[in-house]
Design a protein around this ligand. Structure first.
Ligand SMILES: Nc1ncnc2c1ncn2[C@@H]1O[C@H](COP(=O)(O)OP(=O)(O)OP(=O)(O)O)[C@@H](O)[C@H]1O
Length: 271
């Protein structure tokens, strides 16, 4: 048990039992280079992302913040291969997403990327365990038993595995979704406001588990959030405004994030 209020004070080092994909090779888990995304044409054209260059390092927890409409979800969707980019480059590991055929892109999302959404997206008729292993079942892959046990322990679900989603609290359901994302050992997990539907206690629980998955399992997590308290669980916060990266903060605290957001608001009001 740590007494630190900053969950990112981990000293680093090896992650016992972490899969090979998570050990540092110097290649970022994901990288955008000069990435632009333009929606529409002519008068209705919106530049959602404007030449973004950013790297998400392995075994690091990054929060993406910024005002509404600043491009957070678009960046995440482009990096996760859910949305095509207009120009530049988006890579998962060493794989360039642009130009991948639909089938390859589907495979990449299924095998190499994990997702956690605001709505938990669990299947109501399946047990917690069945929900956790579903993506691998669909892909015809056998879960690594030792890894699965470890993930289940990490998210604290060992005594809830036979429960169906409606027999679980919101926080527990989102922990199932976190375990589902972790189970297949993806190279990177993207979360779109994963605690947006949870009360603060359940949200803290889920964020703690995400934090643990980075610290103890060597997972890479990128999470969009509006909440400075949630962002403080991350190692780093990338701030967007008008489709550009305007700041990059290491070792965030809720207070430092809030201060930074206020300074952006003040700047936006002046301009
Ligand atoms: N499918 C689309 N068609 C046209 N414009 C879009 C589309 N999706 C997003 N946009 C625009 O792109 C910009 C960035 O949107 P995005 O959803 O990425 O912002 P965000 O920072 O995630 O916002 P929020 O915090 O409100 O979710 C916005 O101006 C938005 O209106």
């Amino acid at each position: 048990m740590t007494t630190s209020t900053r969950p990112h004070d981990y000293a680093g080092g090896p992650y016992p039992g972490a899969p090979a994909a998570h050990t540092s090779t110097g290649v970022a888990a994901a990288r955008a280079t000069d990435l632009s995304k333009v929606y529409g044409q002519g008068e209705t054209q919106v530049v959602a992302l404007d030449r973004i260059t950013v790297e998400f390092r392995r075994a690091e927890f990054t929060a993406i913040m910024g005002p509404s409409g600043s491009g957070k979800s678009t960046l995440m969707h482009c990096m996760a291969g859910l949305d095509a980019i207009s120009s530049g480059s988006a890579r998962i590991g060493e794989t360039e997403l642009t130009g991948l055929k639909d089938k390859k892109l589907t495979q990449l999302r299924r095998d190499r990327v994990g997702f956690i959404f605001q709505a938990f997206n669990l299947l109501p008729t399946l047990s917690a365990l069945e929900n956790i292993t579903l993506p691998m079942d669909i892909a015809g892959r056998k879960p690594d038993k030792a890894w699965l046990d470890r993930v289940i322990q990490t998210v604290g679900l060992a005594d809830r595995l036979k429960h169906r989603p409606n027999q679980l609290s919101g926080g527990q359901q989102q922990r199932v979704a976190v375990a589902r994302a972790l189970a297949s050992q993806p190279e990177i997990i993207f979360g779109d406001e994963p605690t947006g539907n949870l009360d603060s206690r359940a949200g803290a629980e889920v964020l703690g588990f995400l934090r643990n998955s980075v610290r103890e399992l060597g997972q890479t997590v990128v999470m969009v959030t509006h909440d400075p308290v949630a962002a403080a669980y991350a190692d780093r916060v990338v701030f967007l405004a008008d489709g550009r990266i305007v700041d990059d903060m290491a070792g965030p605290t809720a207070d430092s994030v809030l201060e930074r957001m206020k300074s952006f608001d003040a700047k936006a009001r002046r301009s």
